[in-house]
Design a protein around this ligand. Structure first.
Ligand code: CS2
Length: 415
């Protein structure tokens, strides 16, 4: 059986590919994964030179170890060959489509539903192309719908109700493009939500040099922490790899886990990144041992914790300690700058709901406010230094920061 994965970034290669490889080692039925790079061919060009294999380095505070991953059977590039991606998804051997295309890859409106004004979506609707992820999936589902074969579509991005939001975006697209997918989706396609967790830095030359010394596949290695977690809503349309035997949890409701992750890990992570860069650090493990940054990070975690449903708070203190230990991992070269990207998309998901929930409880949120201030200061410093703002709203951000607009008002204006 096969999975088609959209978004062949480092996170997928450290997380879902690793789980599937482990499940294959247990025997039973082997699964393969066809990986899809959404835009650039560079990764495909490197991976095909080593038979789609690559090296994964895992680390914790005790050190590093290397693994070879061989679960990919092919790599496609959506921007060059959308037809082949559509055929791979439409193929009867494909039972699951997984995705890691980052928050902005979903082209959602801030309050949910498809953003039909986004340039890629507009282009796909006007010209019948498949330049957006939603347009590509809709075309593949259309191709598959004639045989009405069941399919599971599993989002692995840091979005609340990730697969459910994707389903709505596809339905919206189908309505606007007149594809008539509603009945097929209702009857045959399941969209389980999932919570994914494994800190995965971008590849750097030091990692490449470490791997080059071994006999393992040298190109495009990935590093990640040993810690990993994957919680999936138990709602599949057909078969799945034996992920349950290698640590994946299947649950009725992912929401408490996803809330805890977004609010206690991802929100504070953003603070460590903005404040850390402003203080002159390069890596997460350096910034988190700075006493002032650590104290404020803990405050943000505590504020987040108080907004969680009771079932997610049971082991919250232990959870917080474990998050801080993960941030301290000295063998993981996780650059702060990587986390600063796309702040205008991340903060409304990771931080604003905490501020709103606390306001509803009559509580103030000094930690979250410090986080937003750090973001605003970071943006101002980047503009001052003449650097690119890695953010889909870069133009608007630049203008508002230069006009002295406060962080909360910036986020409000971007809604
Ligand atoms: C990070 C995440 O870059 C970021 O925004 O907060 O990628 C984080 O490392 C992962 O979600 C951890 O699972």
């Amino acid at each position: 059986m096969r999975i088609v994965h959209l978004g062949l970034g480092n996170f997928f290669r450290a997380h879902q590919a690793w789980y599937t490889e482990q499940a294959n080692h247990l025997g039973a039925q082997p699964w393969s994964i066809t990986g899809v790079c959404m835009r650039r061919p560079h990764l495909r060009d490197m991976l095909v030179q080593q038979d789609c294999r690559y090296t994964l380095e895992l680390s914790d505070v005790a050190g590093r170890e290397l693994h070879e991953i061989s679960v990919l059977d092919a790599v496609l590039v959506a921007s060059e060959e959308p037809g082949n991606v559509i055929s791979a998804i439409a193929d009867g051997d494909t039972a699951i489509v997984t995705l890691t295309v980052t928050e902005k890859g979903y082209d959602l409106k801030p309050d949910g539903g498809l953003n039909a004004d986004s340039p890629n979506i507009r282009a796909d609707l006007e010209h019948g192309t498949q330049s957006s992820m939603v347009g590509l999936l809709a075309a593949a589902l259309k191709a598959r719908s004639s045989k009405r074969t069941p399919l599971t579509i599993l989002s692995c991005d840091n979005l609340p109700r990730n697969s459910r939001q994707l389903r709505q975006a596809i339905l919206d697209f189908s309505g606007l493009a007149g594809l008539g997918l509603d009945e097929y989706l209702e009857d045959c396609v399941r969209f389980p939500c999932s919570m994914v967790d494994r800190i995965t830095p971008s590849t750097d030359s030091e990692l490449e040099a470490r791997v080059a010394k071994t006999g393992l596949p040298p190109r495009a290695p990935v590093s990640a922490e040993k810690f990993t977690d994957w919680i999936i809503e138990d709602d599949f349309a057909g078969p799945r790899p034996d992920w349950g035997s290698v640590g994946v949890s299947f649950v009725d409701d992912v929401a408490p886990f996803e809330l805890r992750k977004l609010r206690m890990l991802n929100g504070p992570h953003c603070y460590v990144a903005f404040a850390g860069i402003l203080a002159g650090y390069e890596f997460v493990h350096e910034a988190i041992v700075d006493p002032a940054i650590r104290a404020m990070t803990e405050t943000i975690m505590d504020e987040a914790m108080e907004t969680l449903p009771p079932e997610s708070r049971v082991d919250a203190l232990e959870h917080k300690a474990s998050l801080l230990r993960r941030f301290e991992n000295p063998f993981l070269d996780h650059r702060l700058r990587q986390i600063t990207f796309d702040g205008s998309v991340k903060l409304p998901i990771r931080v604003l709901p905490v501020i709103d929930a606390r306001a509803g409880m009559g509580l103030s949120s000094p930690g979250c406010e410090a986080l937003l201030t750090a973001w605003r200061q970071f943006l101002a410093a980047e503009i001052e230094a003449g650097r690119d703002l890695h953010d889909p709203a870069a133009l608007e951000l630049r203008q508002m920061v230069q006009n002295g607009v406060a962080a909360l008002d910036i986020l409000e204006a971007l809604k």
